[in-house]
Design a protein around this ligand. Structure first.
Ligand SMILES: Cc1ncc(COP(=O)(O)O)c(C=O)c1O
Length: 454
């Protein structure tokens, strides 16, 4: 066996966040892979400046273990749409926890939460719960394979960590480079899965058409996000829908991020294109663990004949959180509130780029836009991004290049964040003008790919 290097030599000293840094050094010795979510590794941020641990979150704010306060535009990688620790959701969980979590026989909450999803999501005739996004995708792929009797999966974008997905990188050409990140080795993924998961390009119908032609009769499902950083060209999603129908392939929308924020019924409602199945997690339960696979009855019911089973999937606190959360989304029209917040934020950010004379752009949907450092020389990009993270962390803002919103971001919060982001971008702009962003860094340049981390 050839274990990865410990890499502890790469952990820099904390200057602004000493307690976070102390905990991270302990994690380096105790937690395999250092963090449970890749994106929470300190090396991906302004190390020693950005917070690594937080023990309190409320509304749109969090406090790190060093006592610093932040306006949060990451919100648990987009898993919190009502705001952290939202009272009705916390209340439902607390009440349920006190009444037991229902693991010996089934809990009626699974029927109630499933009924809500079936009312809200256009393609949802049947529902299956699990505990997260990657897991939902895994279950959906299994069901699609069982329903079609085919093995291959066509994908676009990010869909978790499981073998079916990472096996895309067994083939030469590192397919995940364009869909996930640089440097993913399929270490530990069975080589027998070679050529079972095939990538296609977003907004390029020919790419999917050719894939389906070349693998005619072998593809079980197409799994994709309807929109992410880029939005669909006119007719693209309709074209995907038609192609999958023509080839007898199950179309799965991964709505782990788009779900409930683009529209109550997800991207499928927003774009009016209904897939055969969809997967949800994250803000389905506003910060509590739950995932869901939904879809058409004739496909979903093959779950009766495929062994898909786990004790904690339908434990009742996650379901109580889901029920309370979905009721709030519906009663308050939360997706519309999120769109308004996003529009206002995008307008403000574009204004800042103009004022500072930066060629940066803000793209994507208002419910989760992204900032693109356009015009920055490739060799300066990582340093410029680190500088942005350093300067925003120092000013009490977490967010960017991607931004997530919750219902509790007030206009005053947005104005405050934009002011701080503007100050940070002013430093970034000055550093770029001088051609040397590293000079302004008080921390190491952040890492971006995977390989350098081990
Ligand atoms: C589109 C998409 N699918 C799946 C996942 C994986 O979800 P989880 O981290 O809950 O396993 C993510 C996580 O960011 C995601 O963005």
């Amino acid at each position: 066996m050839n274990p990865p290097e410990q890499g502890s030599g790469t952990l820099s000293h904390g200057t602004r966040v000493p307690e976070s840094t102390r905990l991270y050094r302990r994690a380096d010795q105790l937690i395999a892979g250092r963090t449970h979510l890749f994106g929470r590794r300190a090396e991906l941020h302004a190390q020693g400046i950005s917070p690594v641990y937080s023990h309190r979150q409320q509304g749109c704010r969090l406090w790190d273990v060093d006592g610093n306060e932040y306006l949060d535009f990451n919100l648990g990688a987009g898993s919190v749409l009502l705001g952290h620790a939202f009272p009705s959701v916390v209340g439902a969980v607390r009440e349920q926890a006190a009444s037991g979590t229902g693991l010996t026989v089934n809990h009626p909450l699974e029927i109630e939460a499933a009924e809500l999803l079936a009312e809200i999501v256009p393609c949802a005739e049947m529902v299956r719960f699990c505990k997260g996004g990657g897991e939902s995708d895994m279950v959906a792929v299994r069901i699609a394979r069982a329903a079609t009797g085919r093995d291959k999966v066509a994908f676009c974008g990010y869909h978790g960590w499981h073998d079916w997905y990472l096996s895309a990188n067994l083939a030469p050409g590192a397919a995940l480079e364009k869909h996930l990140m640089h440097g993913i080795t399929p270490r530990g993924v069975p080589k027998g899965l070679l050529d079972t998961t095939l990538a296609f390009e977003y907004n390029n119908l020919d790419s999917l058409r050719n894939l389906l032609e070349e693998n005619r009769g072998e593809v079980a499902c197409v799994i994709m996000e309807a929109a992410r950083t880029y939005t669909p060209d006119p007719g693209y999603l309709e074209g995907v829908r038609q192609l999958t129908r023509d080839h007898g392939v199950v179309l799965i929308f991964d709505e782990v991020v788009t779900g409930f924020r683009t529209a109550l019924g997800g991207a499928q409602e927003y774009y009016g294109v209904v897939p055969d199945m969809a997967t949800f997690a994250k803000c389905i339960s506003n910060g509590f663990a739950l995932g869901a696979v939904v879809g058409k009855r004739e496909i979903m019911q093959v779950a009766l004949d495929s062994f898909i089973s786990s004790v904690y999937w339908a434990e009742a606190t996650g379901l109580a959180a889901c029920k309370a959360t979905l009721q709030e989304y519906r009663a308050r029209n939360v997706s519309a509130i999120i769109q308004d917040i996003g529009h206002s934020f995008m307008k403000g950010l574009s204004g800042i780029f103009g004022e500072l004379g930066l060629s940066f752009r803000v793209i994507g949907l208002p419910s989760f836009p992204a900032m693109v450092f356009e015009g920055v020389p490739a060799e300066q990009n990582a340093a410029a991004s680190t500088l942005y993270l350093q300067e925003t962390a120092k000013r009490g803002v977490i967010g960017g290049p991607g931004f997530m919103f919750c219902m509790q971001h007030s206009q005053a919060d947005l104005d405050q964040a934009l002011e701080k982001i503007g100050e940070a971008l002013e430093v970034v702009g000055r550093a770029l003008e001088e051609g040397d962003p590293v000079k302004y860094l008080e921390c190491p340049v952040k890492q971006s790919g995977f390989r350098r981390l081990v």
